[in-house]
Design a protein around this ligand. Structure first.
Ligand code: CMC
Length: 428
């Protein structure tokens, strides 16, 4: 592989260095493009070919279906690690020792109390509010109760901000759900593990001891790990770009939550379940919906299918599909939409439209079926995704600040009116 790329514009040839990653990915470094070419820029809507940064956190090979956090295969992490270990590795670069993990958890627990006034903000939301809107607002509201911005040059301040949000975020997640279900707000217990406590905070009833179901706990741990990072996706890029203006961690996370909400991104898990339910209610005719998905005049898309980067299979979907089978079996839940999902997948895998476009089930296709079997309401699915993605967002925000990346500010090619005179309102 050569070291430079050449670009010819008219008679002029420009040279740009190539950047190589540790997995041999190659990028053309065009930092000097505009200055050397007298104003020429690149256009790449949706950033399909544009790398926004160099990053040492997550490696993803969409052609081969590979996903690794800090060099560890997702399959191995999902099988052997806990969510908190994975969070530590993503944020600090290495898997923790036993002592490091214990200290990390203790520090997180010590910062988990949310200012009681946050309850008042939550109370003001109507019960009909979507939990993602509530979560984004409450995360943003945390800035009001923690006003000092992090001095990123201080390791201690950075660490404190990180354990603070890892402590408080699950409380906000649980409270958004309890707001919906009408249960009194709670804190779970300090003696529980991180994921156990999330479950406790979400499901514990005021008049009953909450017994952790290990099947649900293991499945939730796995789901959170699978969602924990995914390099420069829409919400993570949002977190990085918001943070690049030196907006604080909590404010940047709130922006990321809003980006995650959309049905083409994290909101797909809710959309998948609603789609499967709609197909069931319509008699389970999967062929009809396959035809709709392929019809260019129909806005319907097969939710949970396709991915910007994975063009072979989504390794997270493979793990989740297996987990869905196991969890439903272990819990003794028979969900008819699992059959519909399997049927749709089978048809899509044999349909030239999907095969030619390399559209495969993604992480969101089966996750909702597991969430529902766990007793999590459909509107909370994307909130669960946010809980899983939190360590990834934090790690990416931290990396961006420590790398002293410049403010994210894309350019454009203007296609509007040329200069024209102002007409007074009487003459228009
Ligand atoms: N159903 C039907 N057709 C599809 C689908 C789908 N789910 N996804 C892509 N296509 C078609 C699309 O119409 C286009 O066809 P053509 O070349 O004829 O114009 C082609 O496949 C390429 O699609 P694209 O929209 O240009 O691809 P993209 O990389 O911009 O979008 C995506 C990726 C994930 C937004 C898209 O596949 C999609 O909308 N999927 C459904 C929503 C979904 O499941 N999102 C979750 C993604 S994974 C988790 C996450 O990111 O949070």
């Amino acid at each position: 592989m050569p070291d430079i790329a050449k670009l010819q514009i008219g008679e002029n040839v420009y040279e740009f260095p190539l950047v190589k990653g540790t997995e041999n990915e190659v990028g053309i470094d065009i930092k000097t493009l505009r200055s050397t070419t007298n104003g020429v820029i690149t256009i790449d809507p949706g950033f399909k070919n544009t790398g926004s940064c160099e990053s040492a956190i997550t490696f993803l090979d969409g052609e081969k279906g590979i996903l690794r956090y800090r060099g560890f295969a997702i399959e191995e992490l999902a099988e052997k690690a806990s969510f908190l270990e994975v969070a530590y590795a993503l944020i600090f670069g290495e898997l923790p020792t036993k002592e490091q993990l214990e200290k990390f958890h203790t520090d997180i627990k010590s910062k988990s109390v949310v200012d009681d006034d946050v309850r008042k903000i939550l109370e003001a939301f109507p019960k009909s509010a979507h939990p993602m809107g509530i979560l984004s607002s409450l995360t943003s509201a945390l800035t009001a109760f923690n006003p000092s911005s992090v001095n990123v040059d201080s390791e201690e301040e950075m660490y404190n901000a990180i354990v603070k949000i890892l402590g408080k975020f699950p409380v906000l997640v649980a409270w958004t759900m309890r707001k919906k279900s009408g249960l009194p707000l709670n804190y779970g217990s300090k003696s529980s593990g991180y994921v156990e406590n999330v479950m406790k905070m979400m499901f514990e009833e005021p008049n009953e001891e909450y017994i952790i179901n290990p099947i649900i706990k293991d499945a939730l741990d796995k789901l959170l790990i699978l969602h924990a990072d995914h390099e420069q996706n829409c919400s993570t890029s949002t977190v990085r770009i918001a943070g690049s203006s030196h907006a604080g961690l909590f404010a940047s996370l709130s922006a990321g939550i809003s980006a995650l909400w959309g049905p083409l991104h994290g909101g797909a898990n809710q959309a998948v379940l609603e789609m499967l339910e709609a197909i069931k209610a319509d008699g389970g005719d999967t062929k009809k919906y396959m035809a709709k998905a392929k019809d260019k005049n129909d806005p319907f898309r097969l939710m949970g299918f396709g991915h910007r980067v994975y063009k072979n299979f989504d390794p997270r979907a493979t793990i989740i599909k297996k987990a869905a089978d196991e969890v439903l079996k272990d819990l003794g839940v028979e969900d008819p939409i699992l059959e519909i999902a399997r049927g749709l997948e089978q048809e899509a895998l044999n349909d030239p439209y999907f095969v030619d476009r390399k559209l495969y089930p993604n992480v969101d296709f089966y996750s909702g079926i597991i969430y529902r079997a766990m007793g999590i309401p459909v509107e909370m699915f994307t909130v669960m995704f946010a809980l899983g993605r939190l360590p990834g967002w934090i790690a990416q925000w931290k990396e961006m600040r420590l790398n002293k990346e410049p403010i994210g500010r894309p350019r454009q090619i203007y296609t509007g009116e040329n200069l024209r005179p102002f007409q007074s309102i009487e003459k228009r």
